[in-house]
Write a protein that binds this ligand. Structure first.
Ligand code: COA
Ligand code: AMP
Length: 684
């Protein structure tokens, strides 16, 4: 009775949180019972449940997502689950209000889970491990929200975060979301100019950065990069908050602009969550398109929180309180969704790893993390597996950590995973290795093996799973986009509208580009710009991009942006960039450059200058180390560079010269130049 009376006095928000917690515990005990009886981990689902759940998500999307949304705490319930009256500007949970930070942090503390670890920060590059409970995280986040608020950040303002893989980066993300502001993270491997372009476009009120990042063998000085970026543009943020990592050179602060993170935190007050509309952005994130123009996807708060929470069990089979590790960077979409928000919304412990698959200190480090931190599920890019395989094919360094009794499954994404790598990883780590396909735009997987929904843990090798509930995927013929491709026929992959919750709702400051870039190929469909096929069992394989985007070590790069950087060199008249196969990174960029007449430098000097300039302009992330000089580029009569023919020639694959090529006599000279650097080999 006393308990009941006490419950009556609780706020509606706390009641929702408690009800959710109770539901989780009931579901948990059900799963545990199933686990015991089936001696399997993902056994609360039956084989038929995936098909049934998928059908319901497509036929009754409103009921389906409204049910999933009940697993969050809302400040105000939505009036309408789906408003699709103005496609492609789909709006989910219209009228609803919530705070993402509350759902990711406060809620767990309020229901009594404050003592659980929220973050395990493992940094082999600094030889440091730190475990942070939800209670500690709440304190840090709400105080940093106070810092941002004092600097003038309000609901809807942008906060740009340019930081290495340290807990303070997650704190800055959550604190921004706490105030209902919008964060924009920039990956540390970008150079000052790329940072400048993003700052100018996002117009952040505050920038949060650090003195440095630590890459194997070198310190990456973030603060000079930030200063350099600001010196290139006229836009000024109101303030820059700089976190000085202990043990490294302290970044000098500029009076009137820069603020010291620790100093500001020392007298900051705990600051409460600001509810936002479900359709308000929680973040924007820049990604590569076909040109160098900045393009930032807008992630709506409500749909984002609903689907990420939903995906942790249904796709990845993660129960609350288990340890999850996404070995990516917070600056990429994977880092947003599955290092920060997904696991925290689900009440998991998330591993924040500052290191590399090899060399920090050896190829056993991934095995160590899995064992030492009792990781149950992980996410990584195939490049990381290829790097471990290259350095330690027998997984000798990992053996001392085997077996991994808690570890259940490894999920790969970000780039095509070759079957050989997948087989190797299965054997080395002793678990299923499951591919899933998604994009910055989608924010969560379009296709996957949904282990929580009972899908087979042994899909046909080479596929990326089946369309995930919510994603109505079609593969259309490349010649006739009105028709579906036949089984196993290569086609363009599109998704029928409406896109599910959590997908991007527009491009920041550019509704027009959003509509015309992604939705004009076939009316009523989202163009993924990926090609692939569907097999007879409904599995999807994703093969390559249909636009001028290449994928280097799971990093998406615009060939257009690289070409722009090359032609900035005074010696170069024009350039074409294509992706060529690489045994570790999947693909690497290759630049074909036409030198200007009258340039006095030797060919080798020009090539080295181009490589140096691209690294300075775009950043090390481009991995731009291959360039050749050619007399002319192959162009169509309308002036378009025939990149696909260059890429095929470089890879030693057969190709047809399009009839529209203006001058086909350019090809022999290109072939010769490529052969000199070991490409364009004749087929054996
Ligand atoms: N700050 C500064 N420089 C960075 C950086 C950072 N945060 N991250 C990478 N770099 C640098 C590297 O040091 C390297 O420099 P180098 O040319 O001097 O050697 C260069 O950028 C290329 O890095 P990368 O290709 O990423 O190789 P890596 O050895 O640093 O990392 C992986 C290998 C596999 C860990 C990394 O490529 C990775 O995590 N890829 C997956 C990304 C992902 O999750 N994609 C999913 C889609 S969002
Ligand atoms: P990004 O937006 O940086 O995450 O890159 C998205 C692109 O990476 C997709 O459009 C695909 O081309 C590629 N990609 C992501 N996941 C996969 C996968 N599992 N298989 C093949 N390609 C993938």
């Amino acid at each position: 009775m006393a308990v009941a009376r006490c419950f009556v006095n609780f706020s509606p928000k706390l009641k929702q949180a408690l009800a959710w917690n109770l539901q989780q515990r009931i579901a948990e005990s059900h799963r545990l019972t199933c686990c015991l009886s089936h001696k399997k981990h993902y056994s609360s689902a039956t084989k038929s449940s995936f098909d049934e759940v998928y059908r319901r998500s497509i036929n009754k999307p409103e009921d389906f997502w409204a049910e999933a949304a009940q697993n969050l705490v809302w400040d105000k319930k939505w009036k309408k689950v789906l408003d699709n009256s103005n496609p492609p500007f789909t709006r989910w949970f219209v009228g609803g209000e919530l705070n993402t930070c509350y759902n990711a942090v406060d809620r767990h503390v309020e229901v009594g889970n404050g003592g659980q670890y929220a973050i395990i920060y493992d940094s082999p590059v600094t030889k440091h491990v730190q475990k942070i409970t939800y209670r500690e995280l709440l304190k840090e986040v709400s105080r940093f929200a106070g810092v941002l608020q004092k600097l003038g950040v309000k609901k809807g303002d942008r906060v740009l975060i340019y930081m290495p893989m340290i807990p303070q980066a997650i704190v800055a993300m959550l604190a921004t979301a706490r105030l209902g502001a919008i964060h924009s993270l920039v990956f540390g491997g970008f150079a000052a100019r790329e940072l400048a372009v993003r700052i100018e476009h996002a117009k952040p009120k505050v920038i949060v950065s650090a003195n440095c990042g630590v890459e194997p063998g070198r310190i990456v000085s973030y603060k000079p990069m930030l200063d350099g970026a600001l010196s290139q543009i006229s836009f000024r943020p109101k303030a820059c908050v700089i976190y000085n990592r202990p043990g490294f050179e302290i970044a000098p602060l500029k009076r009137g602009l820069d603020y010291d993170y620790n100093l500001e935190m020392s007298d900051s007050k705990m600051t409460d969550c600001v509810p936002v509309s479900a359709t308000d952005p929680v973040y924007i994130l820049y990604t590569s398109g076909t040109t160098g123009q900045p393009k930032a996807v807008v992630r709506p708060s409500g749909g984002h929180a609903v689907v990420l929470k939903w995906s942790m069990w249904n796709i990845y089979g993660m129960k609350p309180q288990e340890v999850w590790w996404a070995a990516s960077d917070l600056g990429w979409v994977v880092g947003h969704s599955y290092i920060c928000y997904g696991p925290l919304l689900n009440g998991n412990t998330t591993v924040l790893f500052e290191g590399k698959p090899v060399g920090t200190p050896d190829p056993g480090v991934y095995f160590r993390i899995l064992k030492e931190h009792n990781v149950a599920g992980m996410f990584l890019a195939p490049t990381a597996l290829r790097a471990i395989n290259r350095d330690d094919p027998e997984a000798y360094y990992g053996k001392k950590y085997m077996p991994l009794p808690i570890f259940r499954a490894m999920f790969v994404a970000g780039e095509h995973c070759d079957v050989e790598t997948m087989h190797w990883a299965k054997k080395a780590f002793g678990c299923p290795v499951l591919d899933n396909w998604w994009q910055t735009e989608t924010g969560w997987p379009i296709t996957s093996t949904c282990v929580g929904l009972g899908m087979s843990l042994h899909p046909t090798p080479g596929v990326t799973g089946k369309p995930v509930p919510g994603w109505n995927v079609m593969v259309v013929k490349q010649g006739d986009k009105t028709k579906e491709a036949d089984d196993v026929e290569l086609g363009d992959i599109v998704v029928k509208l409406p896109l599910p919750p959590g997908a991007f709702s527009t491009l920041w400051d550019n509704d027009h580009r959003f509509k015309h870039t992604y939705f004009s190929k076939i009316e009523g469909y989202y163009d993924t710009m990926d090609s692939g096929y569907r097999d007879k069992d409904g599995y999807i394989a994703v093969m390559s991009r249909t636009d001028d985007v290449i994928n280097v070590a799971g990093h998406r790069l615009s060939t257009g942006a690289l070409e722009e950087a090359i032609t900035e060199c005074a010696e170069i008249a024009e350039a074409a960039v294509v992706g060529v196969p690489d045994s570790i990174k999947g693909e690497i960029p290759l630049g074909l450059c036409v030198r200007k007449t009258g340039v006095k430098l030797s060919d080798e000097e020009v090539v080295q200058m181009v490589i140096k300039h691209v690294r300075e302009a775009i950043g090390p992330v481009a991995s731009f180390k291959l360039a050749v000089l050619v007399p002319k580029l192959p162009k169509t009569r309308s002036g378009k560079i025939a990149r696909n023919t260059i890429a095929a020639m470089a890879a030693g694959k057969p190709f047809k010269i399009p009839v529209t090529i203006e001058d086909e006599s350019v090809y022999p000279a290109i072939k010769l130049a490529l052969q000199k650097i070991g490409y364009a080999k004749d087929p054996q």
